[in-house]
Structures are given as structure tokens and as C-alpha cells.
Design a protein around this ligand. Structure first.
Ligand SMILES: [Mg+2]
Length: 295
């Protein structure tokens, strides 16, 4: 299918979007989408998903599409925002035979996470270039009070959702469920938040640097996923798409939200910005560089 035909196909398939999603006034098919304004601030993010870097060729196309959408939806969740719409582009090898299927899956997952694709574009690589496939997804959402990385305070406790590490096992990195509902329920009682894309060590350190605080993580408290090979994996594997957040001690934190466990893993203290793990023997490990820098 040629690019133009494919884009027409995408527009045709999305024809019911304006009925299903009242805020989508004009969906795919025109020069641009038209979206109704919303009273809350708009929260927008963009992310790449690159073949051989973010997934390998064993990953089924449906999960490639899911991961491309999830990477951006998880960032919207991390702001405690409600997803509203998405845009996707694909850079594909010339004559790539699965473009239609790929966009079908991306459209389906975008709708699943309440941010329907309101537009997209496709470009072909030169015919002598086999790849890599590059998917770029923008997701926008709304949040009355977006939760930032820069607002952790000395004295806060630090928490994570669910359990960490081993995300490559059973392709879990591509099956993640962004913690949209959990984040929205947390929003009123927490100070700072980030989603765990690159690993607890790196991501907690990002909060520490943005907030100019030191975060101490208790090695004994970090929930290690059954797929993970120990503490280092829980700190460094990345692609958990869980939440790390800080809240004041009087936040009355529940032990779970929506069936997702909430675990206290440490505290926010004064000091040079870093994420420090307190090991069981009392020694410390700077976790700030334990993880992937996906950029
Ligand atoms: Mg993020």
C-alpha cells in the first residue's frame, strides 16, 4: 500500500472517532485535527520507539505498537494527567508490508489508553536502507495540578508502585500498563513523581536533582519483581513503567491503589542531589548511574 493510500485508510478507519470522543471535533483525514479546548492545562509528551534499540525483531507487531504508545502514555501518567489524544508517525523501510497492521495496532492501543490517534504520518526510508523502523508518538492529556519531578521535599517518604526489574522477561517491557488511574488517585497527596522508564536508580536520581534533595532508598524495602535477578536488576533494568513518587509522612498512603501495590522504599533528606541505596550491611551505593540512559 502506498503512503497516500495508507493515510486514507487510517482516516477512513477512524471515521467514528468524532462520535466516540466528543473532544475530537475533526479526526484524521484533514490537514490537521481539530480538538475542543479543555479547562485544565494541557500536558504533552513525545517519545521514539526505535527497532533494535527499544525492541528486537522477536517482538510481535502488536506489542511493538503497544510499546510505542505506552512509552508516551506512561509519561502522561507520571504527570498525574488524563490522556486525551495522540499523534503517531512511522519511518519505515521502503515497501514495508505491515504498515497498515502496525497503525491498526497503534490506533487500537491508543484508544485503549483513552488517547485516540487523531493524526499520523508515514515516511519511507530510501530503498537501500533496511531500517531501523522508527515510531514517534505524541500523547497529550489534561491535569488540573500536574505533578512534577522538582517538588520533592526534605522529610518526604519515597514510594514505588508494584515491583521492579526483569522487564525483558516475557516481553513485559511491551506489555506494561501505564499507571494512569493510580497516579490520578495519588495526585492530591504526593509532592513529586516520575515514571520508571530507565530504572529506579537513574529515575530517582532525576527527581533528586530536579528537587535539589538527596533520596535514600532502603535496599530491603525495594520490591523486586519475581522476574528480576536481584536488587541490581530492580534498580537498573528499567522499562518497568511503574511510578516513583514522594509524599509527606502524613499522606496516609494506602498499601495499594486499584489493586496495584504501593511500597515505601525510602526517604527524602537534605544533601547533595543523588539517589543512594542503603544496603543491608549499612553500606551505601550511589544508584544514580544504575540504569539505562535512553535519552
Ligand atoms: Mg518519563
Amino acid at each position: 500500500m502506498r503512503e497516500r493510500e495508507l493515510l486514507q485508510h487510517i482516516a477512513h478507519r477512524s471515521a467514528d472517532l468524532t462520535h466516540a470522543c466528543p473532544h475530537v471535533l475533526v479526526g484524521p483525514g484533514d490537514d490537521a485535527a481539530v480538538l475542543a479546548p479543555h479547562p485544565d492545562p494541557l500536558v504533552v509528551t513525545i517519545d521514539h520507539t526505535v527497532q533494535h534499540r527499544h525492541y528486537d525483531d522477536h517482538l510481535p507487531l502488536e506489542l511493538v505498537a503497544r510499546k510505542a504508545i505506552v512509552r508516551s502514555v506512561s509519561d502522561i501518567a507520571a504527570m498525574a494527567a488524563t490522556p486525551a489524544w495522540a499523534l503517531a508517525t512511522a519511518l519505515l523501510p521502503a515497501g514495508y508490508p505491515h504498515a497498515d497492521e502496525l497503525f491498526d495496532h497503534m490506533a487500537r492501543w491508543a484508544r485503549h489508553f483513552q488517547c485516540p490517534l487523531v493524526g499520523g504520518d508515514i515516511a519511507s526510508l530510501p530503498s537501500d536502507m533496511p531500517g531501523p523502523i522508527v515510531l514517534t508518538v505524541t500523547v497529550a492529556g489534561h491535569a488540573r495540578n500536574p505533578i512534577l519531578r522538582s517538588t520533592a521535599r526534605e522529610g518526604d517518604f519515597a514510594y514505588v508502585t508494584n515491583a521492579l526489574g526483569g522487564s525483558l522477561t516475557n516481553q513485559r517491557h511491551a506489555r506494561a500498563n501505564p499507571r494512569i488511574e493510580e497516579a490520578k488517585q495519588l495526585a492530591g497527596r504526593i509532592h513529586a513523581m516520575i515514571d520508571l522508564s530507565d530504572g529506579l536508580g537513574v529515575d530517582a536520581a532525576r527527581v533528586a536533582h530536579a528537587s535539589k534533595v538527596r533520596i535514600e532508598l532502603d535496599a530491603n524495602a525495594i520490591p523486586i519483581h519475581t522476574d528480576a535477578k536481584g536488587l541490581h536488576a530492580a534498580l537498573a533494568d528499567g522499562e518497568d513503567y511503574e511510578l516513583f513518587f514522594t509524599a509527606p509522612p502524613n499522606a496516609n498512603m494506602p498499601s495499594q491503589i486499584n489493586g496495584t501495590p504501593i511500597t515505601r522504599v525510602g526517604r527524602v533528606v537534605a544533601g547533595a542531589p543523588a539517589a543512594i541505596v542503603i544496603l543491608p550491611d549499612g553500606s551505601t551505593l550511589d544508584a544514580s548511574d544504575q540504569g539505562f540512559e535512553h535519552g
